[in-house]
Structures are given as structure tokens and as C-alpha cells.
Design a protein around this ligand. Structure first.
Ligand SMILES: *Cc1c(COP(=O)(O)O)cnc(C)c1O
Length: 384
């Protein structure tokens, strides 16, 4: 019996455990330690950002963005329905209401036409997600945001180091959020980062992360004691996790080339079957640098999917579906500002299947996944 092919496997790239040991021995294991500084500096330079703050998760980075923008009751925030719950809960938690907008094919990011039609004076921010690390239409979304004088925020959980017109995703909005959850491209168990593209947000972001204090000004010798300044929480990443993360980020080229290889191998092996099976392979825009966060396929109809998943699992290959539309979720009845139809989200959500994807997935593994997938779709199409 061949080995199980899981959906995801967090991979060590080298140096993680050595770094963690050094962090333990250094005695500084709390937030804003030496490894945190190095990892944040690496990310800040890559983005050309005003600052980058490492956080306990992407969810927390998004919560910080909602706090920084003083969003609250009476405000409405535009969020795609096709995303993870955090994109919405982070803003709902501050008391803002969520207005769900649809996505557009082929990139599966926010549809600028639906966003434009959904704008009003009560809308105080637009949050965009770069699904699979493929750029959402930040040109149009940025123009709509500018027209209404509201910030664009990028939930860039999938798209670290991906580019649009040669520019890193996460640099188009006023701020962006990254995730280092074990299912993402670069991991440390649980972790995230808030990328600040606007200098005016930097001081307050540090107060928010430092539990509402001006500890940073104190550490920099600007004040002689630190005091309570306002809202905040314990948003900072432990230096033990930053130590783990730094090793991954320092091997970014290797991680990215491994993941590129996995994507390309899937595409090459599946392409000959796409027409026969009527499946669409993931969109890769010509002027974008890929993130290779995942490899998804779009089945011709939603009714095939449960059978395809079951048949692949029979062969110990574990694909996964993805987001259940948020505009139809139980929480939307309470936290959405109004119901808006999102037909593309409904359609894509039912047909999308993600294939196993991780750094050390071998060509032989990929061949097995492709065989299991092709066999399953053929069989399901015949019995349907
Ligand atoms: C994973 C993910 C998040 C949440 O990230 P955490 O680090 O687990 O909080 C948010 N948004 C999107 C689009 C994600 O994929």
C-alpha cells in the first residue's frame, strides 16, 4: 500500500530548530525579540514598507487594521464572500457591519463592478483577498477606494512574494496582512504580520501591539517610562516562533522554487486531460509573479465533487474543497449589513477542488494524485 498523500504537510527547510534553540537559550522568548526584528526587517525590505509588525496570526493583523482605521458601529466594510472567515470577523469584531461582494472570474478576487455598485457613504473600507496568491484587480479596487476616500486593505494570506506588474502584493493597499499558519507557504505554526504602507500608521500600530502602551518609544529612549496610551492587545509574535519563521523566510528562494515546481508539474500532467474532463486549471495572469500557494481545479459541476473527493480518498489521496460562501453563513444573518447576491461565489465555491500541495510533494506523488483525480472524475462523470 503506497503512503497516504495528505492535503498539506508543513515542511522544514533547514535551520528552524537551530534558531528556536538559540531563541530559547538567549532568554528572550517574548515578542519583539532579536529574531522578530530580523524577520520583520526582511519583510519590510521586501515590501519597501513603512514598517512590518509580526503578529500572532493573520486574523490578529486584520483586527489591528480594523482598530487602526477606527472602524466601528455604523461603519460598513466591503469584504468578498469567497474568503476565510477571518477577513470578515476581524472587522465585525470592531462593531462594523460587513457588506459581502462577489468575486469575478478568472482571478477569483473581488469583482470591481459589484464593489462599485455596493459603495455608499457608510462604507469605510474595502478589504480585498488575493485568492491563491493571484492578484485581485487592485488597480480598479484602488481607484474605487480613492474615489470614495476610503482605505484599501489587502488580506494577503496567500500571496507573500507574488507580484502584480512587478510589484509585491501587499503593497497596493494602505496596509496588508500575512499569515504564517501551518497551511500557508511560510509557516511557524500560528503567526502573521501587518504590513504598513503608510508612515502615519506606524506609531499607533506599535501601541496597539504593545497592549496599549508606548513601550516602543520607551525602548527607543524617547520617553523615560511607558504608560497606557489607549486601545491595544497582546498582538505580538513570540520570538520562539519568529526564530522558526526567520529560517523559512531566509530560505524563501528554495521554498518558492519547490512550490513553483509542484505547480508546473501539476499543470503539465493535468493539461492533457482538461478538455476531456471539462475541468479548468488555475488561472495564471501573464503579468504576475506567482505565489504558488495552492493548486485548484474547477470541476464542470458541483454535483461531481463529493464523489470525486470520496473516490480519491479511497486511494489515500486527500484533496480539499475550500470556502463556504460567507454571505450565506449563519453569522451573516447577524453580522452582514444587508444580503447581497453573490452568484459567482456560489458557483465557484461548489466546483472548486484543491489538490494536495506542499514543498516536498514529489513528482511521483503528483503523478499518483493526477491518476486518482482523472480516474475519479471519469468515473463520476459516467455515473452522473
Ligand atoms: C489563512 C487565512 C487567514 C487567517 O490566517 P491566520 O494566520 O490563521 O489567522 C485569513 N485570510 C485568508 C484569506 C486566509 O487564507
Amino acid at each position: 500500500m503506497p503512503d497516504s498523500i495528505p492535503f498539506n504537510r508543513p515542511c522544514l527547510v533547514g535551520g528552524e530548530l537551530v534558531n528556536v534553540e538559540a531563541a530559547v537559550r538567549s532568554g528572550h522568548s517574548s515578542a519583539k525579540g532579536p529574531f522578530t526584528k530580523r524577520a520583520a526587517a526582511l519583510l519590510r525590505e521586501a515590501h519597501g514598507a513603512a514598517d512590518v509588525l509580526l503578529t500572532t496570526s493573520c486574523t490578529d493583523a486584520l483586527e489591528m487594521s480594523a482598530m487602526l482605521l477606527d472602524l466601528g458601529p455604523g461603519d460598513v466594510v466591503i469584504v468578498p464572500s469567497f474568503t476565510f472567515t477571518s477577513t470578515a470577523t476581524a472587522f465585525a469584531r470592531q462593531g462594523a457591519r460587513i457588506r459581502f461582494c462577489d468575486i469575478r472570474e478568472p482571478e477569483l478576487g473581488l469583482d470591481p463592478d459589484h464593489v462599485r455598485a455596493s459603495m455608499g457613504p457608510e462604507v469605510k473600507a474595502i478589504v480585498t483577498v488575493h485568492y491563491a496568491g493571484v492578484p485581485s484587480d487592485v488597480d480598479q479596487l484602488g481607484a474605487i477606494a480613492a474615489e470614495w476616500g476610503v482605505p484599501l486593505i489587502e488580506d494577503n494570506a496567500h500571496g507573500l512574494f507574488a507580484t502584480h506588474h512587478g510589484r509585491l502584493l501587499g503593497t497596493f493597499g494602505r496596509m496588508s496582512a500575512l499569515s504564517f499558519h501551518e497551511t500557508k507557504n511560510f509557516v511557524c505554526g500560528e503567526g502573521g504580520a501587518l504590513v504598513l504602507n503608510d508612515e502615519r500608521d506606524v506609531d499607533r500600530a506599535h501601541v496597539l501591539l504593545d497592549k496599549g502602551t508606548n513601550r516602543r518609544a520607551f525602548m527607543e529612549g524617547l520617553v523615560d517610562k511607558y504608560t497606557w496610551q489607549g486601545h491595544g492587545s497582546s498582538f505580538g509574535m513570540s520570538d520562539l516562533l519568529a526564530a522558526f519563521l526567520l529560517a523559512q523566510l531566509e530560505h524563501a528562494d528554495e521554498v518558492r522554487s519547490r512550490r513553483r515546481h509542484v505547480s508546473e508539474t501539476y499543470r503539465r500532467m493535468l493539461a492533457p486531460f482538461a478538455d476531456e474532463l471539462r475541468v479548468a486549471l488555475p488561472y495564471e495572469p501573464a503579468d504576475a509573479g506567482p505565489a504558488d500557494h495552492m493548486f485548484y481545479v474547477l470541476l464542470p459541476n458541483a454535483s461531481l465533487r463529493p464523489g470525486v473527493i470520496a473516490a480519491m480518498r479511497e486511494r489515500d489521496v486527500h484533496p480539499a474543497f475550500h470556502y463556504v460562501p460567507l454571505h450565506r453563513a449563519p453569522a451573516a444573518a447577524v453580522l452582514a449589513d444587508r444580503f447581497q447576491e453573490c452568484p459567482v461565489t456560489d458557483d465557484i465555491s461548489g466546483r472548486l477542488l484543491r489538490l494536495p500541495f506542499y514543498n516536498d510533494l514529489t513528482d511521483a506523488d503528483i503523478e499518483r494524485v493526477v491518476e486518482a483525480f482523472v480516474g475519479a472524475v471519469r468515473h463520476q462523470s459516467a455515473v452522473a
